[in-house]
Design a protein around this ligand. Sequence first.
Ligand code: AMP
Length: 466
Amino acid sequence: MDFTSFEQFELNRQLLNAVADLGYTEPTPIQQKTIPLSLGNHDVLGIAQTGTGKTAAYLLPLLMKIKYAQGMNPRALILAPTRELVLQINEAVGQIGKYTDLRHVALYGGLGPKTQIETLRKGVDLLVATPGRFMDLYRMGEIVTKEIRTMVLDEADKMMDMGFMPQIRSILEVIPTKRQNLLFSATFGGRVERLSGEFLEAPIKVEVSPQASTAEMVNQVLYEVPNFRTKINFLDYLISKDQFQRVIIFARTKTTAENIYKFLARKVVESDKIRVIHANKGQNTRINAMEAFKDGTLQVLVATDVAARGIDVAEVSHVINFDLPLIYEDYVHRIGRTGRAKHTGEAITFLTMAEEYHVQKIEKIIRMTIPRQPLPPQVEVVETPFDEQQDMLREIDLQRRKEDPDFKGAFHEKKAKNLPKGSKKPKSKSAGNQPAKSGLVSRRPGVNTAPKSGPAKRTSLRRGRR
Ligand code: AMP
């Protein structure tokens, strides 16, 4: 049966009205496929990235099942890897359950448990929690699990990446075995497969292809940019353009995120229109930044992958990947922030020669080649500082070794030979950690291989390819 409207699902009026209020006219593919299964009480393994409508896909049948406030103890548990995602899911519960009297609470760490305990003690129907905080409160005797009949694991792959498996195992030990399980993950690989074997019973696997939605809705483009400083110049050029109204800039590390933020706030964007979020930022700072970005106060949000988990903002105009993520699937998460449910967006990725390796892996995952464009001539291409160049060559060496264990390495040995006896190797900084100061650009003659501009740059970048 084809589901072209929410009315076709066996949902109650309260839920259908809330869906209509949210402006959802037709179910997304993941909703079409999983809602009937979940309503039929099957265990479901959903492979869907953020942006596909997966949250409503599991919330609608779940809220249908628990229906209205009842007793004191929770009857459903949703686990998610980060507090941002927990907050966001909890917000979605509020929206979708707005015409019900269901009581729900977000349980997450980073702040004292007092308020969360107070809410629990008043009686709750649904918990949305990070695994760690759930177990803490359980051990404190604040959560009675015996009535939990439905459990959802959201972003299971991220939970595995973040090392939550032991906590999840402990949770499975303390909740009733007779229950319905729903597992959602952006990717399906070794660890998620193992988890689903442990966690799900005769699950029905439902997959919506990320590459289709990625390719259809997001215009992706790659720019080869030789070094950190040139990336900053390019960012300056882009952000100054009018159409860059609501931009998320992703950085792999906290330091890089901070440096990007400092540069843009000093020179390019009014300081009250830009914020940065990463793991070292306090809980409130992060929530406030996301709220400000959501309500349109901010033009630019700089974020690391973990901090950005679960950010859900309609109409992000551009996603800029200042560098490539360590976990390749995060590329899909990152660009999924733009082009959400029927909006088209643009994802721009900056690429040094050391990142060529990663882009090839990403292109394999998304099963497409991301088109490349030359840097606009207005962008000043600066020489690559010696240390940064060495770091990149070292990284390329490591990449080759990873692919070919017999590869002896073109870089380290030579380097060691050239060093005078007893001398230390020069201390290296990671390329991403270079502060955004123009004064840092090395002028040492003869060591910078990246030329200033022109077509030769392409050749230099290609050196990272095999
Ligand atoms: P998610 O994949 O759950 O992160 O959802 C991505 C975005 O799509 C959220 O902003 C939802 O509000 C929105 N959304 C979910 N379902 C639908 C739908 N059926 N039609 C339009 N938008 C939707």
